[in-house]
Write a protein that binds this ligand. Structure first.
Ligand code: GLU
Length: 426
């Protein structure tokens, strides 16, 4: 099977991890096979009266460490093997960042960008009703992922609560603040990635000021990360979304202006901003040029951040990567072959299961606040997030040095060590 099948890759990663850190064969068997896979039909009446039936998925990979936990994505590329891999990566991620959750993931194979607001709401509510028998605050707790957000989470919570007969905010995380969400959850994945990057720069004694960064993906994760890197004095030189990108070798003058421009125009391409005026006519003045989401990966920068989808870095483009650090903010952005190229070129890859674990860490804080009816300040959330990220980075870095393995392999060992402490049923 192809290198680009994420589930095949995930199973290979597990095999390597089990070689580096042998585990109980029953635990290995459980990790090789998701506990439960759920497929549902999601019929939708479009605004024009036609009926379309989408496929919805939820894979509950493993719950040894706690309730299944992981996002729901709406994307035409969603299929069972993708969701299986993503759910497995959640089991690993939750163990690496040390939150008391197992791994799950789900989604619908739909392009929400081609839907009206009403269609999106009807689709989501139907999907939630179909999922409600298998989710719950102590069984499986979904969250946002690609193309899903707080509003969508609220619809799911409402449908679940209706069926459960009581308000149940803890069934889902990533909710808006006024519906039981946590302060700091929107920032969490980007901020966690920033903390992870700082940790590794510190381990390697690299100064942050002036480091150049290219980011593929300017959604929730990429945009917050760009903002924190800018604040740190790093130079974000390129940004892209699925439609195109901007490249300014001298540095993008203001991430927040680009953000406003993207919010207004729906795309990052063309957002050449001088003050609050953003348009193509500024491109030349800023020494900029248009760049495709693919070419952004090959720019001469210090740090490359894939923050979009799986399989961005392949055997074809890996050799052209010039960055010496890759911060994986997407899930599964690097194919196995690309990973081998980076290893041979001694490029430091801060792996997804660590780099983007800030999101689920704060999801745990949100769930905890819901269950205990507490409200934490943003400062408290950020402090706890930093604590979790710093400890996880230290554990992974130590293992990588001790066993002389890559950070990805070390993250898997860290996860297996943690999973091994729990009893596996025979
Ligand atoms: N979708 C995010 C991830 O891939 C967050 C999951 C969560 O908060 O449960 O980590």
């Amino acid at each position: 099977m192809s290198d680009n099948n994420p589930w095949t890759r995930a199973k290979k990663q597990l095999q390597t991890a089990a070689k580096n850190f042998p585990i109980d064969p029953m635990l290995l068997a459980r990790l090789q096979h998701p506990d439960r896979i759920v497929e549902v039909s999601v019929p939708l009446k479009r605004d024009d009266g036609s009926i379309v039936v989408y496929q919805g998925f939820r894979v509950q990979h493993n719950n040894i460490r706690g309730p299944y936990k992981g996002g729901l994505r709406f994307h035409p590329q969603v299929d069972m093997d993708e969701v299986k891999a993503l759910s497995f990566w959640m089991t690993i991620k939750n163990a690496v960042i040390d939150v008391p959750f197992g791994g799950g993931k789900g989604g619908v194979n739909v392009d929400p960008k081609k839907m009206s607001a009403g269609e999106l709401e009807r689709l989501t509510r139907e999907f939630a009703r179909k999922l409600s028998p298998v989710i719950g605050p102590y069984t499986d707790v979904p969250a946002p992922d690609v193309n899903t957000n707080g509003t969508i989470m609220t619809w799911i919570m409402e449908e679940y609560s209706k069926i459960a007969g009581k308000e149940t905010p803890a069934v889902i995380t990533g909710k808006p603040l006024e519906r039981g969400g946590s302060l700091g959850r929107p920032e969490a994945t980007g901020l966690g990635g920033y903390y992870a990057l700082l940790s590794f720069l510190k381990f390697k004694r690299i100064k942050t000021k002036g480091l150049t960064v290219a980011i593929q993906g300017f959604g929730n994760v990429g945009s917050f990360l760009a903002h924190y890197l800018e604040e740190e004095g790093m130079k974000v030189v390129a940004l892209s979304d699925s439609k195109g990108g901007i490249y300014m070798p001298a540095g993008i003058p203001s991430i927040s202006e680009v953000q406003k421009c993207k919010d207004a125009s729906g795309r990052v391409g063309g957002c050449y901003c001088i003050g609050s005026v953003c348009d193509m006519s500024n491109m030349k003045k800023l020494g900029g040029r248009e760049i495709s989401p693919e070419k952004i990966l090959e720019l001469p920068v210090d740090i490359l951040v894939p923050a979009a989808l799986e399989n961005a870095l392949t055997k074809e483009n890996a050799k052209k990567v010039k960055a010496h650090i890759i911060l994986e903010m997407a899930n599964g952005p690097t194919t196995a072959e690309a990973d081998a190229v980076f290893k041979s070129k001694r490029i430091t890859v801060i792996p997804d299961v660590l780099a983007n674990s800030g999101g689920v860490a704060v999801s745990y804080f949100e769930w905890y606040q819901n269950v205990h009816k507490e409200r934490w300040s943003k400062e408290a959330v950020f402090k706890k997030l930093k604590g979790k990220m710093d400890s996880a980075c230290e554990r992974v870095y130590e293992i990588s040095r001790e066993l002389k393995i890559s950070l990805r392999e070390a993250a898997y060992v860290s996860a297996l060590k943690s999973l091994s402490k729990f009893k596996v049923r025979p």
